[in-house]
Design a protein around this ligand. Structure first.
Ligand code: PGA
Length: 258
C-alpha cells in the first residue's frame, strides 16, 4: 500500500548552510519514531546537492521545484530533468501556481514537463488550483479540469502511477487562508473522477492527491484526516524543523492511503 506523501517546498529561501542544517534536523527528527508518511524536500537548486548528501542515507527523498522539458540547449537559466536526476532528485514539482502566475507558465509548457520528468525516472508533483476570482465565480471545477486535462495529455496509462497531484487553491498559498474540509474534499473528488475517467478505475484510484495552501502545524491534523487527502505540500511551515516535523507526524502510524 502507498503511504501518504509530505513535501516541503522551501521555495527561494535559505542558502546552502541553512538548508543543510535544516535537512540535518529533519533527518534526526524523522529517525525516531518512524513517521508513516513518505517525506520529500524541495530546496532551492543550489542546495540540492548538499542537501542530498545529508538525506541520502535517510528515508527523506529529494525533490526539485521546477525543471525544463528539454534535455539540453540554449535555455539560459533553466535546468533539465537529466541534470536533476543525476544529482539524486526523485520528485519534481511541476506547474506550481507561482510558476504559472509569476513566471507565466502555460498549460502547454506544463504538459511538456510531465513526460520529460517521468522519462528520467522521477515523479512529477503536478500542482493545480483556482484563483479566488475563479472560485467566487463558480469556475473551480472548470479550471481544475482544464489544468488536469492539459497537463496529463502526454501521460500514458502506464505512467499515471508515477504522477502525484497536488490541489493547491491559489488563494490559500502563503496567505494563511485555508480551504475548508468540504472545499478540499469536493475538489479532490473532482480530480479523482477525472483520473478514473481518463485512466480507468484500477490506475485512476492509485494516484496520490495532495493538498497544499497554508498547511500549518495547527491545521495539518484536520487536513490529513480528510479521507480524500493522500499527502500535503507545505511551503512556509516547512522552513523550520519543528513545524514541518509536526506536520509530517499528523499522519499517524496506521495511515496508509490508496
Ligand atoms: P504555503 O505554500 O504552505 O506557504 O501556503 C504552499 C505551496 O506553495 O506549495
Amino acid at each position: 500500500m502507498t503511504p501518504p506523501l509530505v513535501v516541503g517546498n522551501w521555495k527561494m529561501n535559505g542558502g546552502t548552510e541553512t538548508s543543510v542544517e535544516l535537512a540535518r534536523e529533519l533527518v534526526r527528527g524523522l529517525s525516531k519514531p518512524r513517521a508513516s508518511a513518505q517525506v520529500a524536500l524541495a530546496p532551492p537548486y543550489t542546495a540540492l546537492w548538499p542537501v542530498n548528501k545529508v538525506i541520502r542515507k535517510s528515508r527523506i527523498k529529494l525533490a526539485a521545484q521546477n525543471c525544463h522539458w528539454q534535455e539540453s540547449g540554449a535555455f539560459t537559466g533553466e535546468i533539465s530533468p537529466s541534470m536533476l536526476a543525476e544529482i539524486g532528485c526523485e520528485f519534481v514539482i511541476v506547474g506550481h501556481s507561482e510558476r504559472r502566475h509569476i513566471f507565466c507558465e502555460s498549460d502547454d509548457m506544463i504538459a511538456r514537463k510531465l513526460p520529460a520528468v517521468i522519462r528520467h525516472g522521477m515523479r512529477p508533483i503536478l500542482c493545480v488550483g483556482e484563483t479566488i476570482e475563479e472560485r467566487q465565480s463558480g469556475q473551480t471545477s472548470v479550471v481544475i479540469t482544464r489544468q488536469l486535462d492539459s497537463a496529463l495529455k502526454g501521460v500514458s496509462e502506464g505512467d499515471i502511477e508515477k504522477v502525484e497531484i497536488a490541489y493547491e487553491p491559489v488563494w490559500a498559498i502563503g496567505t494563511g487562508l485555508n480551504a475548508t474540509a468540504e472545499q478540499i474534499r469536493e475538489t479532490h473528488e473532482r480530480i479523482r473522477n477525472l483520473l478514473v475517467d481518463r485512466f480507468g478505475a484500477a490506475k485512476g484510484e492509485q494516484t496520490r492527491i495532495l493538498y497544499g495552501g497554508s498547511v500549518k502545524p495547527d491545521n495539518a491534523g484536520m487536513i490529513a484526516h480528510i479521507d480524500t487527502v493522500n499527502g500535503l505540500l507545505v511551503g512556509g511551515a516547512s522552513l523550520t524543523a519543528e513545524s514541518f516535523l509536526t506536520i509530517v507526524r499528523s499522519f499517524s502510524q496506521s495511515d496508509r492511503v490508496l
